[in-house]
Design a protein around this ligand. Structure first.
Ligand code: FHN
Length: 423
């Protein structure tokens, strides 16, 4: 296994200086919005509907002929998400169903050629992002349920139902290279390619990542390669993705034994429980939960990529927009303690986390049933402590076992932030 994986990654990769610079900016940006949007949105049952509902590929692909998101307004999307405090967007250019949400010459199964809408939504989104100063990342599925040449685990659905096609990973690989070239040539500056679905073939399959990664880095050296393969980071990758868990945790079952690398980290999560639009899924997380999750991600030195599934008419669900508004409002007040920070000196604790910018340590108290808080900050001296929001001084005692904060009251805010200045 180890042999195939190391041969498959971009072995002697040395990131370009533009790449290193964007890694820093990416980490500073902290909050991104994940967008799962495709013809599956019409079924309003999540992006796995085709597989889960056992819809024959032939029938499923006919959805394209009815896809006409007439209310799609890229400028409005970007403005709303920007108001939510997001600094980048990562959108599905092609999900597992194999439908390309961009004008591609590599397959007719795409939004420009196969729908009455005919507009290249990625082009419009790229223009809006570039205009409004939002970074743009492209999600790209390695797994394809339809193409017989890829032959997904369990067999290609197209081959199964139509009896056509032969598995041939070489042609599929060429197809992906062609599409990646298009994505990195026709849409201006792209911040990252976010791969997904490698787990479909398991670790022993030779994905030829070296060629994919080398192409990306040669076309746009600053572009980050992120691969949500749920394994330890591979050579040639520029950031590490964690799905539905903070780095080091594995409550969702995707990150079993995955080592946290020294690369920039990003965790993705959904606002309700689905990625693609699902009409019955109203289980939206509360504003407080979302804000606290962003804070926890930052305290764990990771970005948060928060998902929204647009509707088939091209609009974002109101409730998602409201949640983003709330996050944006909170960030207007507390952004200084999140953007541009890294995980703080004090590792994540039961009561919360810390973030840090130079010698400023932000203590984010998320859940404390007390007025005293001992920070295990041994061997460090503190110059001052104050409540971040109103600058009121906070009493503290420097003890052998750390710094004891004596708070004026038991915190009941979404995030009670105490700012320490370290000597
Ligand atoms: O199967 C996909 C799923 O649909 C979604 O895109 C998520 C996002 O992280 N990734 C996959 C599961 O790992």
């Amino acid at each position: 296994v180890a042999v195939i994986l190391s041969a498959a990654a971009q072995k002697d990769y040395v990131p370009a200086k533009e790449n290193l610079a964007y890694r820093q900016q990416f980490q500073d940006n902290k909050l991104g919005v994940f967008i799962h949007w495709g013809i599956y949105s019409m079924l309003a049952d999540g992006e796995w509907a085709m597989l889960q509902k056992k819809i024959p590929y032939e029938e499923y692909s006919k959805l394209a002929a009815g896809f006409n998101p007439s209310k799609f307004d890229a400028e409005a999307w970007v403005a709303a998400l920007k108001a939510g405090g997001a600094k980048y967007i990562c959108i599905t250019s092609r999900h597992h169903d194999g439908f390309s949400m961009f004008g591609t010459k590599s397959s007719g199964y795409n939004i420009v050629d196969a729908t009455p809408f005919k507009r290249d939504v990625l082009k419009e989104l790229a223009a809006a992002c570039h205009k409004q100063g939002m970074k743009l990342h492209f999600y790209y599925s390695l797994l394809d349920w339809g193409r017989p040449d890829y032959n997904p685990k369990g067999g290609s659905l197209a081959a199964k139902w139509t009896g056509q096609g032969q598995p041939d990973y070489n042609t599929y690989h060429q197809f992906m290279l062609k599409q990646l070239r298009e994505l990195l040539t026709n849409y201006g500056e792209i911040g990252a390619i976010w791969f997904d679905g490698a787990w479909d073939k398991g670790k022993v399959f030779d994905w030829k990542f070296d060629e994919l990664y080398t192409l990306i880095h040669s076309l746009q050296p600053a572009c980050l390669v992120i691969n949500n393969h749920h394994w330890a980071a591979l050579a040639g990758e520029d950031a590490q993705a964690f799905e539905r868990d903070l780095p080091g945790q594995n409550t969702a079952g995707f990150s079993h034994g995955v080592e946290v690398s020294a690369l920039p980290l990003e965790t993705c999560e959904t606002m309700n429980t689905s990625w693609g639009y699902k009409i019955t899924d109203n289980k939206y997380k509360s504003e407080k939960t979302l804000i606290q999750y962003l804070v926890k991600a930052a305290g764990n030195n990771a970005n948060l990529l928060m998902n929204v599934g647009p509707r088939p008419d091209g609009t974002l669900p109101e409730i998602a927009v409201q949640r983003f508004e709330a996050m944006g409002k909170w960030l207007q007040q507390y952004g200084e303690t999140i953007y541009g920070t890294r995980g703080g000196l004090v590792a994540a604790q039961k009561w919360g986390v810390t973030t840090q910018k130079n010698n400023r340590l932000f203590v984010h108290i998320l859940d404390l049933q007390d007025t005293k808080l001992l920070l295990p900050l041994t061997g460090k001296k503190i110059r001052s402590a104050r409540v971040f929001i109103d600058k009121k001084p906070v009493k503290f005692v420097q003890q052998k076992d750390g710094v004891l904060l004596l708070l004026e009251k038991q915190p009941d805010e979404t995030d009670y932030v105490v700012e320490l200045v370290l000597r």
